[in-house]
Design a protein around this ligand. Structure first.
Ligand code: OAD
Length: 244
């Protein structure tokens, strides 16, 4: 695709030239070309020791069997360890220099936007490389914790820590969502990349943006948001974003 026909419409190229505040929402599809399975494309069907994904990754499981939750997330981290940022992540990092303001919001917990060098990424569903104390809320980098201690003890209060990710049955971090919604409401150009847009409230963000911004979807497949978007580019993030 790059180097061949221009990607997107003439109107989009003009809007990119003029854009001041850009808002980008990413989902699992942006990491697909890094080898991370998308959620609805297979990841969700994973079973861990006989427990379906939705059970082992749930708030109830943290209450019932926190060591098992750690074991499962240790396994997932082991898979992600081999995954590197792809050209979509890298291009989005470069966009931070290109536009006056760029807000990058992700539903992904893989940390690949930050690994590519993006700063200030708003992680709506947390980060698999981070742990959080179940009592005092102190956070730590999992890689700096004792990996034989499951659950690890909090460095502040000694209580058990848990993965700092949003599990089934849990709310999004309110401050992160508020910041994302505020940025969506004032942007003039919005990109929705690699998300099936069926999980709320993340899928609400492009709707908020659409009240004043030009909204562009980048996804090989249509989604429930496609109708609302001003432009839909059917393609892979790792090809389309660098080409833009
Ligand atoms: P999904 O797995 O639901 O959707 C992935 C989307 O990426 C699909 O629409 C694919 O068509 C698209 N896709 C696949 N390959 C792509 C590529 N190379 N380039 C661009 N797009 C591509 O993942 P999410 O929408 O991120 O939440 O799922 C949202 C949330 O659902 C997850 O964060 C998770 C789950 O509930 C929590 O666990 C809290």
């Amino acid at each position: 695709m790059p180097g061949q026909q221009p990607v997107g419409s003439e109107e989009l190229r003009e809007r990119i030239r003029k854009a001041r505040r850009v808002f980008v929402l990413t989902g699992a599809g942006v990491s697909a070309e890094s080898g991370v399975p998308t959620f609805r494309g297979g990841g969700r069907t994973a079973v861990w020791k006989g427990l379906p994904f939705e059970v082992i990754s749930s708030a109830g499981m943290v209450e019932r069997d926190l060591p098992a939750v750690w074991e499962w997330f240790d396994y997932r981290r082991g898979v992600l360890e081999k995954c590197r940022p792809n050209p979509a992540h890298t291009a989005l990092t470069a966009w931070q220099e290109r536009f006056e303001s760029l807000t990058l919001v992700t539903q992904n917990i893989d940390g690949l936007h930050a690994a590519a060098g993006s700063r200030g990424v708003l992680e709506l569903h947390g980060n698999i490389w981070r742990a959080r104390c179940t009592r005092c809320g102190a956070r730590a980098d999992v890689r700096e914790l004792n990996d034989r201690e499951r659950p690890p003890g909090c460095h502040e209060c000694g209580d058990p820590m848990r993965p700092d990710v949003v599990l089934f049955g849990e709310m999004l971090p309110a401050d992160v969502y508020r910041e994302a919604a505020a940025a969506a409401s004032v942007c003039d150009l919005c990109f929705v990349v690699g998300t099936s847009a069926v999980v709320y409230p993340a899928a609400e963000l492009p709707v908020i943006a659409s009240r004043r911004a030009y909204v562009v979807e980048i996804n090989p497949e249509p989604t429930p948001l496609s109708e609302l978007c001003h432009e839909v580019i059917h393609g892979r993030a790792g090809e389309v974003i660098p080409a833009l």
